[in-house]
Design a protein around this ligand. Structure first.
Ligand code: DAK
Length: 258
């Protein structure tokens, strides 16, 4: 495992995980998701940790799944390897509170990662989108299920079907984030919040988290399973391969509706 892909800090009872692929705007690939999952499980198992923060850089929380990695995958590749399910959802096993501290771009899989966290603190420069449709792809890490729960069907449809980007203020108004802070205060606010949470009784925190998740996750598993297979099928689409190739070539995709 490449342990440079996430940076780890312990601040009192708070574990901080910083996504660290700056040149790719923290685009999420298997290596990064393996490292993130490993770090999450380690902090979750650590008796001295009461809350966890996931953050990125000033410019990007994460700009989505790594398009360069996915561009040549086929349906058989992603179906047989169970892409995403295999190693991207470790965060769902974490019992301690997880805070996403988001500055800059939270696009695609990055937005989905934030949605999978328990609390989202947004810097005032944060941007949220599920722009997979521009690649003839679709959200595949829970976005079509968790986004409507967060913002409602109408806003979720708007974001997923039109690739609309929300700024931090809109994301706050729609309920996608918990609060917005000046970018310069993102780290200190997130650490202060995590520290306050981590001072409370851990079993009580875990019980509350588990109960709130129960409020909506009953049907979520089924929805995500359905979404995953739909997303895998995107790799059978020539438009999707053209969309990803066009992004990498920095040109407009030629959409043929196939
Ligand atoms: N993947 C790979 N590289 C990326 C990337 C990405 N998602 N986003 C940015 N980069 C790279 C760029 O290619 C560029 O690399 P170089 O050209 O320097 O080598 C570098 O990061 C800097 O990006 P830009 O030059 O584009 O920076 P800008 O500030 O001009 O623009 C941007 C920032 C975030 C607006 C832009 O980079 C952008 O539009 N990025 C793509 C955003 C996007 O479409 N994200 C969604 C990706 S699809 C699945 C589950 C989940 C998913 C898929 C499948 N399954 C269950 C199967 C999720 C899919 C997605 O997330």
């Amino acid at each position: 495992m490449d342990d440079t892909l996430v940076l780890l800090e312990t601040i009192g009872r708070v574990g901080v995980i910083t996504l660290n692929r700056p040149k790719q705007l923290n685009a999420l690939n298997d290596g990064l998701m393996d490292a993130l999952g490993h770090a999450l499980l380690a902090f979750d198992a650590d008796e001295a940790i009461g809350a966890i923060i996931i953050t990125g850089s000033d410019k990007a929380f994460a700009a989505g799944a790594d398009i360069a990695a996915m561009a040549h995958w086929t349906y058989m590749d992603v179906y047989r390897s169970d892409f995403i399910t295999r190693n991207w959802e470790t965060i769902c096993q974490v019992r301690k509170p997880v805070i996403a501290a988001v500055a800059g771009f939270a696009m695609g899989g990055g937005c989905e990662l934030a949605l999978a966290c328990d609390i989202v603190i947004a810097a005032d420069n944060a941007k949220f989108a599920l722009p997979e449709i521009t690649l003839a792809m679709m959200p595949g890490a829970g976005g079509t299920q968790r986004l409507p729960l967060a913002v409602g069907k109408a806003k979720a449809m708007d974001m997923c079907l039109s690739a609309r980007t929300l700024d931090a203020t809109e994301a706050d108004r729609y309920g996608l984030v918990s609060r917005v802070v000046p970018a310069a205060d993102l780290r200190s606010t997130s650490i202060a919040l995590a520290t306050a949470i981590a001072a409370y009784s851990l079993p009580a925190l875990m019980s509350i988290k588990e109960s709130i998740k129960r409020a909506y996750e009953g049907s979520l598993a089924e929805g995500i399973s359905f979404e995953r297979r739909q997303m895998h099928a995107r790799f059978a689409s020539s438009d999707a391969h053209e969309g990803m190739a066009a992004f990498l070539d920095k040109r407009t995709p030629l959409v043929q509706h196939r």
